[in-house]
Design a protein around this ligand. Structure first.
Ligand SMILES: [Ca+2]
Length: 344
């Protein structure tokens, strides 16, 4: 039977009454609207849950957008090369902006989060005579401010230009944005025993939580003793180049401390080459981390001014609220920067 035969065989009683059809349309409109609202609500809920689930795949303090994780350094202390090194140390790279949506997201960070210029991974390769991302690829999307790129070989999101891109000398000091994929994050941070920085470097540990037995005037106080702080560091004062000096961090609550990191002062030659660690929960009864003989354990510190030396505590991990670094030996001056890591 062809279509014409089929349609001519339709029972007229089954044909739609035009009056009913109007009512049906109204009903359908309302019904569809209701269904649409339900669906929207469902989609929003699913999307929210999905976002929460995805965000959990980024390490603490990293922000999630689509398939990537982002970490913003809001202090304008970093040259381009320093920023690049810090990102690499975190298993990522300086931000690459691949499309408009990512640009809008990054510009939003500049606009709402911080008012400092932020390095991105864009550089003028003089041998190639063109701007390239750090991985050597040519940008397929750009958003330069008017009359840019001007002088300078490194690209940044300009706070004054609502996050549009500008060029500057790579020695300029800016904040920066690191990026890595969620897969990279999982590879480096998901595990049964994850060490996470408590936040000396990121600022999650506030200045008030960092104190010291002695501080060099002019900004070289305990709160300056943050890993990768390229402007200042903690240093003891004249007359306090002595064993027994300490830098203390209040973690806010007892945490399982599993790793520490130290750095020299970052310029010229000054660093702590060995140190002890002490901890307490009540601020009164300080305990040394001890070696197998029960003596204060001497941790290997730094051998130059800028490399980061990590010490995994392993079986010496302890749970405590306060921790102190006690420098035992040092070169030139008692000066250091540090980070503390806890297990989740
Ligand atoms: Ca990107």
């Amino acid at each position: 039977m062809n279509m014409n035969e089929w349609s001519s065989n339709v029972n007229p009683a089954l044909e739609v009454n035009p009056a009913l059809e109007v009512g049906n349309q109204d009903f359908c409109k309302e019904f569809c609207l209701l269904e649409e609202m339900k669906m929207t609500l469902y989609m929003v809920t699913v999307s929210l849950l999905l976002n929460i689930a995805l965000a959990e795949d980024c390490p603490p303090q990293w922000d999630n957008f689509k398939d990537d994780c982002y970490y913003v350094y809001q202090s304008n202390w970093y040259t381009y090369e320093e920023a690049k090194t810090v990102c690499a140390g975190k298993g990522g790279h300086l931000l690459t902006i691949d499309e408009n949506e990512e640009d809008l997201y990054a510009r939003g960070l500049t606009d709402s989060l911080c008012k400092v210029d932020l390095w991105i991974g864009l550089r003028n390769d003089e041998s190639a005579g063109e701007w390239q991302w750090d991985d050597g690829s040519a940008p397929s999307y750009t958003n330069w401010a008017a009359a840019e790129p001007g002088n300078g070989d490194c690209g940044f999101l300009s706070a004054a230009n609502v996050g549009r891109w500008k060029a500057a000398a790579c020695s300029k000091r800016c904040g920066f944005i690191c990026e890595k994929t969620r897969e990279q994050s999982q590879a480096t941070t998901i595990g049964p025993c994850v060490s996470v920085p408590v936040g000396l470097e990121s600022g999650a540990i506030t200045d008030a939580q960092m104190t010291a037995s002695s501080e060099f005037p002019g900004g070289y106080d305990a709160p300056a003793g943050r890993l990768n702080n390229n402007h200042y560091h903690w240093a003891t004062n004249f007359g306090a180049q002595t064993v027994g000096q300490w830098m203390q961090v209040d973690l806010g609550r007892p945490r399982k401390v599993s790793k520490v990191a130290t750095q020299g002062r970052g310029y010229n030659n000054a660093w702590v080459s060995s140190y002890n660690l002490k901890y307490t929960d009540d601020g009164g009864n300080w305990l040394y981390v001890t070696d197998s003989s029960g003596n204060p354990k001497v941790f290997q510190g730094n051998t130059d001014t800028n490399s980061v030396v990590y010490q995994e505590l392993g079986d010496d991990s302890f749970t405590s609220r306060y921790i102190r670094f006690y420098p035992v030996t040092w070169v030139t001056w008692l000066a250091m920067r540090a980070e503390i890591y806890h297990s989740k």
